[in-house]
Write a protein that binds this ligand. Structure first.
Ligand code: FAD
Ligand code: UDP
Length: 365
């Protein structure tokens, strides 16, 4: 079989590059995908009650990158969802991320914005060199809030102490000295009106894009002649684990359908200190779907299973660097995406990476 372009993986990274090759270059491209569907981890589907759920965990699109927003908007419209999260601490549901409302509710106070700034300054631990996620939290909010909101959640989520995690993990959570309780700051937010799978189907709707599902690329790649392989699978697997297996954190998503309109007070409720799960998502609150019943998803983090979260530790980064060195030497293979680059990419960042890689490779930009 001859294909100038072959892509491994039909996730957001693979589909973006495929779409560009098919529509901009007008060339044929083959995508090889080991799962039985396209979309990678953003895949969503209707359950037996007809409720749209995210099979691989809750996905909320948010970005400040207008180019990415405009690009994806060619394949979907968006609802006007603004994500909100509550966290269950000391028997109360309080807003996440940390805002003026959070501090007031947590400590039964009535401070204004500048008083909260003062309050947090007093709590903050003076750390000379911020090296870990624990340092990030302690230096911004102090010991008590760290223990109530971050410490146990992070231990549950990652299976290790925040002092062993790179600064990037807890830095994802903004600290706001105002009353804005939206989870994300970004200018563009929303959920695809008809879901992520429909959006992905539209990206792939070009007769130049051929998709081979249910196929590990290693089963067939020896029979295909190609000029370029765009690889969005795991890089350690590509190199037959020659530098050892990279670690990932996995999550077991457990779905429950309840015979009531609404289950909880917010689309997502976090449970930092209670239960074995980290959070519960109520899908209808994300999508705006109407149904007499409601489906929730509980997230139980675990060591084994689908490779969801690359481990942001020093050791894991050093191990991945060995694979990166190998990857740099490849002349016909390009590595893109969450697995291939072993990076905690959000959807918008993966699309940006894929669009830029396409421009560099084929548009001379
Ligand atoms: P993937 O979606 O993992 O796609 C890679 C594809 O390659 C998969 O389909 C896989 O089956 C296939 N593949 C792998 N190996 C092989 C092989 N050997 N042969 C053939 N095919 C192979 N981002 C946000 O912006 N907002 C969110 O709210 C958000 N929530 C998230 C929640 C969770 C629990 C997780 C895990 C991620 C979340 N993300 C979120 C991130 C988002 O999922 C990723 O940015 C995005 O899906 C990455 O796309 P990708 O194509 O790089 O990887
Ligand atoms: N986090 C926390 N408490 C919370 C929410 C998040 O300690 O209530 C930490 C935790 O370490 C998590 C990180 O902040 O992994 C990033 O949170 P985010 O909600 O962005 O996680 P994701 O949606 O990527 O799983």
């Amino acid at each position: 079989m001859n294909f100038k372009y072959v892509i491994v993986g039909a996730g957001l990274a693979g589909l973006t590059v495929a779409e560009r090759i098919a529509n901009v270059l007008g060339e044929k491209v083959l995508i090889i995908e080991k799962r039985n569907h396209i979309g990678g981890n953003i895949y969503d589907s209707y359950n037996e009650e007809g409720i749209l759920i995210h099979n691989y965990g809750p996905h909320i699109f948010h970005t400040n990158d207008k180019g990415v927003y405009d690009y994806l908007s060619k394949f979907t419209k968006w609802n006007d969802f603004w994500h909100r999260v509550l966290t269950y601490v000391d028997g109360n549901l309080i807003p996440m991320p940390i805002t003026v409302e959070t501090i007031n509710k947590l400590y039964n106070l009535n401070l204004d914005c500048s008083e909260v700034e003062e309050y947090l300054k007093k709590q903050a631990v003076d750390i000379k060199e911020i090296k870990t996620s624990k340092d990030v939290a302690l230096s911004k909010v102090g010991k008590d809030i760290y223990e109530k909101i971050f410490e146990t959640y992070t231990k549950k989520q990652w299976g290790i102490d925040p002092s062993e995690l790179d600064t990037s993990v807890i830095s994802r959570i903004p600290i706001r000295l105002n009353r804005d309780t939206r989870y994300f700051n970004d200018k563009y937010q929303g959920m695809p009106t008809h879901g992520y799978t429909k959006m992905c189907e539209r990206m792939a709707a070009n007769k130049n894009i051929k998709i081979m599902l249910n196929t590990d690329y290693k089963e067939v790649i020896g029979d295909i002649n190609y000029d370029t392989l765009i690889y969005t699978g795991a890089t350690d697997e590509f190199y037959d684990y020659k530098h050892g297996k990279l670690s990932y954190r996995s999550v077991n998503f457990v779905f429950e359908t309840h015979d009531k309109e609404q289950y909880q007070e917010a689309p997502v409720v976090n449970y930092p200190n209670d239960y074995d799960y980290t959070r519960i998502t109520e899908y209808k609150q994300l999508t705006g779907q109407q149904n007499g019943k409601t489906t929730i998803g509980k997230e139980f983090p675990c060591a084994e299973g689908e490779p969801y979260y690359p481990f942001p530790t020093k050791e894991c980064k050093a191990q991945f660097a060995l694979y990166e060195e190998e990857a740099k030497k490849e002349t016909k293979v390009v590595f893109i995406g969450r697995l291939a680059e072993y990076r905690y990419y959000n959807m918008d960042a993966v699309v940006r990476r894929a669009l830029d890689a396409f421009d560099t490779l084929y548009q001379g930009k």
